[in-house]
Design a protein around this ligand. Sequence first.
Ligand code: SF4
Length: 436
Amino acid sequence: MKIRKYTYVLSTHLQKSSQSAIPFIFAAMKQFDVPVFYRSALISAIKKNRKEKDKLKKDFTPTLLDFGPVQIYLARHFGFCYGVENAIEIAFKTVQENPGKRIFLLSEMIHNPQVNADLVEYGVQFLQDTRGKELIPFESLTKDDIVLIPAFGTTLDIEEKLTTIGIAIEKYNTTCPFVEKVWNRSAAIAKKNYTIIIHGKPSHEETRATFSHAAANAPAVVVKDMKEAQRLALYITGQLNADDFYKEFHNQYSRGFDVARDLERIGVVNQTTMLASDTQAIADYLKQVMIDRHQLSKENLSDRFADTRDTLCYATNDNQTSVSAMLQTDADLAIVVGGYNSSNTSHLVELCEELLPTYYINSPDKIISQKEILHFNFHTQQELLTSGYLLSKNPLKLLVTSGASCPDILVEKVIERIAGFYGEALSVDEVIQQLQ
Ligand code: SF4
């Protein structure tokens, strides 16, 4: 196994969550060892500066990097979150501490191509693809192998498979505590005999894991969007034939699900990285469906609907709020950096593209020149080449952010690349000076 030497640096960007309801105070304190090659001196300086000026994380306005002919507005919060840093720290330490051992990842560590490619370079092998398709047969594993469980968590079936082989899963489990929080919320809802409605992407690793944990305690159904929530409502109200439910929600309901019985009392949880406004709209909608169906009042609402807060994580909330604040700027375009299969990144793109031309890239190399950019359309799942994306304006105003699994170094390179197109632009050091 090839081990590349690297230096660890301490991350200090985790701060107390802006969601006071989140009981994970440790998120405020914990610092992680993350390989230095994911860090950026520029971004670290900006984050440090913002943190010092805004200790309570109340200010979501973007940071202006004024290069002169191009003005870059950088979102207040972006980049590696608690769960991602935790997973990366465990993964790289596992590689360092276990020379000669076979190390597997259940699937992608996080949804970032560079991080996953780096782990492969260190000799880590992937057991499954992101949709759960087996790449290496589980039968070939032995009890001496190490299997890392990614930040999204995994299903109870897979946990059992690994345990049966004799693999110690606890030690190398990088499941994010904010994902576990969703499982705990599901268990609490199940205990009160509600059916669990999961708002999430049915094929996403996290939703598959949450579904598995939820279904162990109660009937469960996954709805991916408002359209599916509206279809589910027609089964709740009996307007559609129950038999059709099983076809329509194929692979999205738990074993033994009974439409007549299991849609009488419901509660909603979410994949941690959904769009906050969608999640709120779906919970409000289903609540209203239950109120109308059962003639509920405030006093007896809980007879039929578990009225709880959403289970989005702090990073999703902070990053989406930061993008909304950044979108107050009258800008010309936005660049969002992140893995193309990253749920949280795609929602940042969704917010931006409502208001201005938005380019979703997974690497600074996608900025081919001042004229051309190769970017991802997540609606069609295709990469496109666009010409003339940088308008000839002075100053050109550009919004930049990244997803929770994107190393800061990629954002730094994007900023340098764009600024580098303008000969008369200030240097990065001069821009940093302005921020002091
Ligand atoms: S996006 Fe949220 S839930 Fe996912 S790993 Fe990061 S902190 Fe955890």
